[in-house]
Design a protein around this ligand. Structure first.
Ligand code: SF4
Length: 500
């Protein structure tokens, strides 16, 4: 295995974690075959803890690896299309797209060729090993299942203008942790990859690629300024993208009093929290007569027998294709209508569920104490215990996103949750106990509106149960998400604070 980027794992860059070595396998666009799933299940059994985790970039992680994976096994994985063809770029972040790309009935454009194109470009250009491992790219095709609110350095978001499909260019600038900003640039689809290559080239020209700590693109953009950066990008292109009849200039280039083009005034990047989980359950594809089924993976985890089982179902009933989602769930695609009921019962037989109202469908937890030294609490076990408590007590009719974070870094959740639980240590008479601060909604504060502080884990389940009851009784209707309700209700009634 290679070394040198220990903080950013890849298949060829195993990284030590509290529970053993961690290996992360890039799955561009989250699209994976049954054969690849079986190979990863074997790795998890033979080298790791017998399970895999789907990450919030739709990668797969094998944890608890005690001894390095040997070169022969790595070669086999490469031969079946896993990991980069070129190990020197295998640490660069997974390319993200909607998990329903190509099958979404409402998408404007199938983004799979862009994902594949950029992944091939990275593999074919070893100089890109100088990019920050966090150099992250996303293509959103404008369908029902959108990924534009995910944190990415560069986002291409499809829009329809005068009946033609273009991509809006968004870049991550300003404060960390904010969704990327609209640059006011419309690109015809064939221009996206050349622009992306030029964006990467300008990054390389301005960074010290031998330094262990690579600059984030955001840092470089903040230092150089978007205007300068984009002008350097344009100098590398055989076409102009900063000025055309169609393309408004970036906000930073607008003169005083000039207005931004209404062309781009359409949809913002935000989305309702319920919309994030619309992929769970059974849905018609754009291909007539075919369906996909979204499966809930509790905290993104699959035991190796479950991965093999799902891989077999995808091969038996579908096209042998599975899609991992950035919400750490999974889709099986291309199922003819007559097999839908069968596959659902076989998924249940594997101990998994495909209902969006399952409390686990929108449960998110960071690695927690077992995987991360910074964590104050055992987030994953606490999340599962809470879900188990709530499952039979508060039947849901829409997803409620509950996010457990072991510290303020909030690695696991890239957009606002309905309920955020931030791990803390609480001083008690007989020592320290673990607990959480409770935040709700999506106010401007980082985690939302702080509702309770220092709630011990023993008190937490009953508290969340009461909060969900209040939501179900007082929400406007079942379309009002918990976060929307919390913004409206908590603010209207005045913020209540408690020490538990
Ligand atoms: S949020 Fe904090 S505790 Fe959780 S994995 Fe990230 S750094 Fe570790």
């Amino acid at each position: 295995m290679l070394s040198g980027f220990a903080t950013c794992p890849g298949l060829f860059y195993a990284t030590p974690a509290a529970d053993g070595i961690l290996s992360r396998i890039r799955i561009p666009g989250g699209i994976i075959s049954s054969q690849q799933c079986r190979a990863i299940a074997d790795i998890a059994d033979q080298h790791g803890g017998g399970y895999v985790d789907v990450t919030n970039r739709a990668n797969l992680q094998v944890r608890e690896i005690r001894a390095g994976i040997n070169a022969e096994v790595l070669k086999h994985l490469q031969d079946i299309g896993l990991g980069s063809r070129n190990p020197v770029v295998d640490h660069i972040r997974n390319v993200m797209t909607s998990p329903t790309a190509g099958i979404d009935p409402q998408e404007l454009i199938d983004t799979r060729p862009f994902v594949q194109g950029w992944d091939d470009y990275i593999a074919g250009h070893p100089a890109l090993s100088g990019l920050s491992a966090k150099f992250s790219v996303c293509f959103d095709g404008g369908g029902i299942i959108r990924v534009c609110d995910r944190l990415n350095d560069i986002l291409f978001a499809a829009v329809l203008v005068d009946g033609n499909v273009y991509f809006c260019l968004y870049l991550s600038v300003g404060a960390k942790g904010q969704p990327p900003s609209d640059m006011g640039i419309l690109l015809s689809p064939e221009k996206c990859l050349p622009v992306l290559a030029a964006l990467a080239d300008v990054y390389l020209a301005h960074s010290n690629t031998t330094s262990k700590r690579r600059l984030r693109l955001l840092e470089l953009l903040n230092t150089l300024g978007c205007e300068n950066y984009l002008q350097e990008v344009e100098q590398r292109l055989p076409f102009s993208f900063l000025s055309s009849d169609l393309t408004p200039r970036p906000p930073s280039l607008l003169g005083k009093g000039e207005e931004f083009s209404p062309l781009l005034a359409g949809e913002g990047l935000g989305e309702r929290s319920n919309a994030k989980y619309q992929h769970i359950g059974i849905h018609a594809q754009r291909q007539q007569g075919l369906f996909y089924i979204g499966v809930v993976l509790p905290l993104g985890r699959l035991e190796s027998n479950q991965i093999r089982g799902l891989a077999d179902l995808a091969a038996k009933y579908g096209s042998g294709t599975l899609r991992l989602t950035p919400w750490q769930n999974l889709l099986i695609t291309d199922i003819p209508q007559q097999w839908v009921a069968d596959i659902q019962s076989e998924i249940a037989f594997l101990g998994l569920d495909s209902s969006a109202t399952n409390i686990k469908s929108a449960l998110v937890a960071c690695s927690g104490k077992k995987g991360c030294a910074a964590s104050a609490t055992d987030t994953k076990n606490d999340a599962l215990a809470l879900a188990q408590y709530l499952e039979t007590r508060v039947p849901l009719d829409c997803p409620v996103n509950i996010h457990f974070s072991g510290c303020e870094k909030s690695c696991a959740q890239h957009s606002k949750s309905d309920i955020t639980l931030l791990g803390v240590n609480i001083e008690a008479d007989n020592g320290t106990v673990e607990g959480y601060h409770v935040y709700v909604g999506d106010s401007n504060q980082k985690f939302g509106l702080e509702l309770y502080q220092y709630v011990t884990f023993a008190e937490l389940p009953a508290l969340i149960e009461r909060m969900l009851y209040v939501y179900k009784i007082h929400r406007l209707n079942s379309d009002e998400s918990f976060g929307e309700f919390a913004n409206r209700y908590a603010i209207r009634t005045g913020k209540e604070k408690s020490t538990g």
